[in-house]
Design a protein around this ligand. Sequence first.
Ligand SMILES: Cc1ncc(COP(=O)(O)O)c(C=O)c1O
Length: 385
Amino acid sequence: MSEPDSRFDTRCVHAGQRPDPTTGAIMTPVYFTSTYVQQGLNRHLGFEYARTRNPTRDAVEGNLAALEGAEHGIAFASGMAAIQTLLELLSQGDHLVLGDNVYGGTFRLVDKVMTRLGLAYTQVDTADAAALAGALRPETKLVLLETPTNPMLSLTDIAATRDLLRGAASPALLVVDNTFATPFNQMPLELGADAVLHSTTKYLNGHSDSVGGVIVTRDGELAARLRFLQNAAGAILSPMEAWLILRGTKTLHLRMERHNASALAIARWLEARPDLQRVVYPGLESHPQHALARAQMKGFSGIVSFDTGDPERTRRMAERFRLFALAESLGGVESLVCHPATMTHGSVPEADRRRLGISDSLLRLSVGVEDIEDLVADLEQVLRA
Ligand SMILES: Cc1ncc(COP(=O)(O)O)c(C=O)c1O
């Protein structure tokens, strides 16, 4: 069965990989090498220098591309390195439209670095089609958005955004950061995005033991431009990290099933409590975009945010968890809790935090794959204290 014919779960286990041709080893070896011996001048096996290609990286690129239904994958040293390379597609005077609640590091890179090089940008709530249409200019070359966003889990209609951009005077590339949803829950390329990017650091690797990023696309010309930029600057994924991600994606489908189920159960449990002001999860009927979530996503992933309405209570709670670890990041097998206002979004100006709903009394959970009863018991002891 060829990879494009196989279903998602099979692709998780096999795509991009084959037994090692020299030994038959069933697992892809970690090719720690910087160069490759050539048979003669201009005669080699397709590998010349490891900044350009590495067999372990090739395997993970093939695997991640297949999971998103793409043909090309380019793996980077981090999610931010992937985003930086994406932005390097643009030239001085080009305009970028950026979601108004993208990851803080993405905003920092655009606002503090890329603008110095002559890139203009507008931040806009991409969930609001009229606002997005108003932000487009003839020189807009790229729209970069996240759906769901962090930590407010707001959604953007990917297919509607694609239609809007196709109707624009000068069509821009649509790139979706699919880190929060993963291809198990959402396939942006199927919905018309030109490319998808991930911080593989999160769910794709899934074990909080590597940092990486990837861009995948069906567009060969776009992939060639990105490969040229990556090779020119060198922000490549290491072979060890590539191997760790390959190990991670073998169980992506199993992990995501549990993340989805446990997060939904916890969101419902939290919502039933009278002492919380707000629980945010796209899988809840109370989520303002629940209908879009059902249409666009297969499951709703493992992130749940809730607001106690009382900053002091929230601060005390954040330090009392026994099983949920107080830490940044998300998407690993272990459960984490984060106080966005002082941790992940500490550098976002207070006025912007308030506008986005990131109050001082908000907590964000990354629900892991532990026993659901133990997770609920931990939440219960924290809320009771
Ligand atoms: C949605 C999203 N995109 C990109 C990044 C950046 O990825 P990395 O930390 O792997 O550089 C992050 C990191 O938290 C993220 O949450």
